[in-house]
Design a protein around this ligand. Structure first.
Ligand SMILES: Nc1ncnc2c1ncn2[C@@H]1O[C@H](COP(=O)(O)OP(=O)(O)O)[C@@H](O)[C@H]1O
Ligand SMILES: Cc1cn([C@H]2C[C@H](O)[C@@H](COP(=O)(O)O)O2)c(=O)[nH]c1=O
Length: 249
């Protein structure tokens, strides 16, 4: 039985590069692969962009409404018709942006269709909260593998700090594709907490709990270790860059 692999890592850990390398490895041995990514990732249009400089177009895009199983089967059939070869693997970049049903379809492709699925993505957003696609992948993938990069301090980076016009922000929409205005810095836990003045996940978990119909007050912890309500904590936090909400692109 084929497996669903989730290869995750902070931004700049080499995920796109690694995915393009995997595609190349398959193809140099005469195999066929299919490449896809969620359409939410508008960076590079239909391309997989690696910061190392390698670029390649995807075979199909997944909009939030796309039935991933059917889309895969259609493109697999086209490859078979065109080359006489079956697809050996499905490679998915920016998998954090997938919907939960799409991740479930990736698992079905691996198990039912017996085609390995390699999904690459970041685990958490700039507020340290899991993206829906990543959460589901962490729940159901057969294999979890971390790709590593380093923080400015030299420790392993695990979080992604968001900057707007060069200043760290800790409020805003979950999705903001990086570009000129919005940028990210991969940080270790210690440097993240230093920049956020101790705040983790800000109010997002509270909002998620309210959405799910549960109450509850999110609490922050100040640098002396004492617990405070997120509201009072944010108000009493040392001067932080103005929180701005970059609009998703
Ligand atoms: N195989 C590799 N060997 C050395 N450095 C790499 C490799 N892959 C990526 N990198 C480095 O990692 C950086 C991020 O690459 P990229 O694939 O775009 O990361 P991600 O998709 O995780 O954001 C590149 O700028 C490059 O310096
Ligand atoms: C942390 C974080 C990231 N994003 C976006 C920014 C980039 O477009 C991708 C990650 O790309 P990479 O290949 O891993 O470099 O995700 C976002 O929308 N929201 C966030 O909080």
């Amino acid at each position: 039985m084929a497996k669903l692999y989730f290869r995750y890592g902070a931004m700049n850990s080499g995920k796109s590069t690694s995915m393009l390398q995997a595609a190349y490895n398959y193809e140099e041995r005469g195999h066929r692969v299919l490449l896809t990514k969620p359409s939410i990732d508008t960076k590079g249009d239909r391309g997989i962009l690696s910061r190392l400089g390698v670029t390649r177009g995807v075979d199909f895009l997944l909009t939030p409404d796309t039935d991933a199983y059917t889309a895969f089967q259609e493109h697999r059939a086209a490859v078979l018709a065109g080359t006489g070869l079956d697809v050996s693997a499905l490679l998915v970049d920016e998998a954090q942006f997938l919907t939960e049903p799409q991740v479930d379809d990736l698992l079905r492709i691996a198990i039912i269709e017996n085609v390995p699925v390699l999904a690459y993505g970041i685990r958490t957003d700039f507020q340290t909260v899991a993206f829906p696609g990543s959460r589901r992948l962490l729940e159901v993938a057969h294999s979890l593998e971390e790709l590593k990069t380093i923080c400015r301090c030299g420790r392993k980076a695990v979080f992604n700090g968001r900057k707007v016009d060069g200043a760290f922000v800790f409020d805003g929409d979950q999705v903001a594709i990086d570009g000129v205005e919005v940028t990210y810095e991969s940080l270790c836990g210690s440097c993240y907490l230093e920049e956020s003045h101790g705040v983790l996940n800000n109010r997002r978990r509270e909002a998620l709990r309210h959405e799910a119909g549960h109450g509850g007050q999110e609490r922050g912890r100040s640098t002396d270790g004492s617990l405070q309500n997120a509201d009072s904590f944010v108000e009493s936090a040392p001067a932080s860059p103005p929180a701005r909400s970059p609009s998703p692109q």
